[in-house]
Design a protein around this ligand. Structure first.
Ligand SMILES: Cc1ncc(COP(=O)(O)O)c(C=O)c1O
Length: 296
């Protein structure tokens, strides 16, 4: 696994004397895309070593993690169950259709029970037949996931700033752990509230060279406006690189906005991590009548 790093060029970058690179870990697999393979890698090792036969996880109806878990569980002959937030909506959206195709058993929890289960750890809500499953948390973030995301950066990634999108904090924690002390790790939360996120990152990471950049969540998780969708379309037209609307689009939008506002000193270099998530664009297109680029 040695993903390519692409330089992004533009007149703005030239004018501001900034070098911007995009690490394309999104290209590893359309189903276990971007950060997902890193997050699942050591979890799968553990599951197989301990002899678990079943995996259970949680997520929203468009979750990249749900599809990634379904796909990888299928590859390793594990049975998988996804507890999905909200009621079943038919026909299934492309994410859930694919998760089902890869053998995931889908169980729908109303928002109240879903919150009790995921935020308050009320595991008694899990139906008894799934009790002996290996439980992967929402978004797939745990200690083993962070061990995996520490492998996203390699020796050549010596830019001054490393940027990533943030959902649960697992990916940025791994990046912090494998960064060097002189690098600045910037996280762009895809969600509104960040105090819990900061607590998680402090718990999982071992340095203080990081910062969460607020103000690019576009109203909250999976919320967007025309500025964001136009930006994603223009970015694709210019660079032939697809971004997703939930995570990487918001991060890239934020990076360009910060460059415009002279946040980054002249002559600095930035490495943005393309954490994938493009499968979600399929569902977004159907739900909102958009024409976002995706990788299917
Ligand atoms: C495409 C994509 N990018 C970024 C993230 C954020 O990662 P994390 O939850 O580890 O902060 C996620 C969620 O896992 C994701 O699916």
């Amino acid at each position: 696994m040695f993903p390519k790093t692409q330089q992004i060029t533009s007149s703005l970058l030239k004018e501001k004397k900034i070098k911007l690179y995009l690490k394309r870990i999104d290209e590893n697999c359309p189903y276990v895309s971007g950060n997902k393979i890193y997050k699942l890698k050591y979890n799968i090792d553990y599951i197989l070593n301990k002899g678990y036969k079943k995996v259970l996880t949680f997520g929203g109806a468009y979750s990249n993690h749900i599809l990634a878990t379904a796909y990888i569980a299928n590859k390793f002959n594990l049975s998988s169950t996804g507890i999905i937030r909200g009621n079943e909506v038919l026909p299934l959206n492309p994410t859930l259709k694919l998760a089902k195709k890869y053998g995931m058993n889908l169980i729908y929890f109303n928002r109240k029970n879903y919150k009790l289960l995921t935020q308050y750890q009320k595991l008694t809500l899990i139906p008894s037949e799934y009790k002996e499953s290996y439980i992967l948390p929402e978004g797939g973030t745990n200690k083993l996931a962070v061990r995996g995301t520490q492998e996203i950066l390699d020796l050549l990634d010596n830019q001054d700033y490393i940027c990533c999108s943030v959902g649960t904090g697992g990916t940025i924690s791994g990046l912090i752990n494998s960064s060097n002390q002189e690098q600045n790790i910037l996280g762009f939360p895809a969600i509104k509230g960040i105090s819990l996120l900061e607590e998680n990152i402090i718990k999982w990471s071992d340095k203080s060279n990081w910062k969460l950049i607020k103000g690019y969540h576009f109203g909250g998780y999976s919320k967007f406006d025309n500025n964001l969708s136009d930006f994603i379309m223009e970015f694709y037209a210019k660079y032939s690189i697809s971004l997703d609307m939930v995570y990487t689009g918001k991060m890239m939008y934020g990076i360009f906005d910060l460059i415009n506002k002279d946040f980054f000193p002249k002559n600095s270099s930035i490495l943005a991590i393309h954490t994938g998530g493009l499968q979600g664009n399929l569902g977004m297109n159907i739900k909102f009548g958009l024409d976002l680029p995706h990788n299917f």
